[in-house]
Design a protein. Structure first.
Length: 369
């Protein structure tokens, strides 16, 4: 087991995102998870980012590289081109994040769209592609012949990381690798990801592989391709769009976590940062009605990777949180977005009590999760 307390870098955010972070951290109290851990907090609110010219984001990224684990609240990205922009881009680039994983899963008591009962993991590029592309226009502004350009790039190392992790994830959950880019239309650019998917399939012959063009992937998700768990490798923007489809298929975009991963040369996780895939929901701020599931599950996800890294008690705590969130929903403790009447605080309190009880019971039985 890894020695010393688990250290997690906590990245504060804006509006409802910050409120949900504060609620979710209640499940990480040492007396709840029965393990020693330390939370190092950095203020990534829009006001603080502007005040420091984004230096606080760089500080947080350096801290997260050191700790290996992070939990991030949703943050506001201002629209002005001369403003501080998105902290996500800085964090992903500075920790050398390669992959973002978002797994939609059935929420007990909620009927999924189209009878989709098996988990669906979207494994997308964390960097490159359409995000961060160079853009410019030529010609007279507003004229019919004005032309807009965008130069995108992807690297083989990122394609390889996406493909390799997708096959490892499929093996872990007993699913198949499904989908892919539009390699027929873009054999040079998008074809690079397809080449790495094919190569990964050769390295993992025991994993079912069904490559599909991105448009057919969308159609398959809606028309019943989910007879088994699916893992979908994707380009950066394709994966972003796919995630926003997959999450609501199971009831709510707030029903699952999003995890940024950085790897070593053997594709062992070096940094894991979890967050909710939704935004800051300013219309819900201060109302205590937002769904905290995704943020609480983010805590569980970070503990899962800490357990893999050898931190004692982390795997047990992770499982307790995952089970408690889903059991709470099964028992009818749900926020309004899932047809319930529980407040943010009430849902979190219910989960905290369930986690504490599970760990106490497991300890009394002398068994590990």
């Amino acid at each position: 087991m890894t020695q010393g307390p688990l250290r997690i870098t906590v990245l504060e955010g804006d509006e409802t995102g910050q409120e949900l972070l504060e609620q979710s951290l209640r499940v990480l109290a040492p007396d709840v998870v029965a393990m020693e851990l330390t939370l190092d907090t950095y203020d990534l609110s829009l006001a603080r980012r502007r005040e420091t010219g984004n230096e606080v984001v760089h500080e947080a990224a350096r801290a997260m590289r050191e700790s290996g684990f992070g939990i991030k609240a949703a943050t506001v990205t201002p629209e002005g081109k001369d403003d501080v922009g998105s902290p996500n881009r800085i964090l992903r680039e500075e920790v050398d994040g390669k992959v973002i994983v978002r797994t939609g899963r059935r929420i007990p008591g909620i009927t999924p769209l189209g009878g989709t009962f098996h988990p669906i993991s979207v494994v997308r590029m964390a960097v490159e592609d359409a995000y961060g592309a160079e853009q410019w226009r030529e010609g007279t502004e507003g004229a019919p012949d004005e032309v807009a350009f965008r130069t995108e790039r992807i690297t083989r190392s990122t394609c390889r990381a996406v493909a390799e992790y997708a096959f490892r994830q499929a093996k872990e959950i007993g699913g198949k690798v499904y989908g892919g880019p539009k390699w027929t239309v873009s054999p040079v650019y998008e074809g690079m990801l397809k080449e790495e998917m094919d190569a990964a399939a050769q390295r993992h012959p025991d994993v079912t592989y069904r490559p599909m063009l991105i448009d057919a992937t969308y159609a398959g998700l809606i028309t019943g391709a989910t007879e088994t768990p699916l893992v979908i490798p994707a380009l950066n923007r394709d994966g972003d769009c796919l995630s926003d489809l997959v999450m609501p298929m199971f009831g709510s975009i707030a029903g699952a976590e999003s995890v940024l991963l950085a790897f070593d040369d053997e594709y062992t996780t070096r940094v894991a940062m979890a967050e909710a895939p939704h935004g800051t929901a300013p219309t819900l701020q201060g109302k205590d009605v937002a769904n905290p599931m995704a943020m609480i599950l983010s805590c569980a996800a970070v503990l899962h990777y800490a357990g893999v890294a050898g931190y004692e008690g982390a795997s047990r705590a992770s499982r307790a949180i995952y089970e408690s969130v889903l059991e709470a929903a099964a028992a009818g403790v749900r926020t309004p977005d899932l047809g319930g009447h529980a407040s943010t605080t009430e849902f979190t309190s219910d989960v905290v009590q369930r986690v504490r009880t599970k760990i106490e019971v497991w300890a009394s039985l002398g068994t590990a999760a």
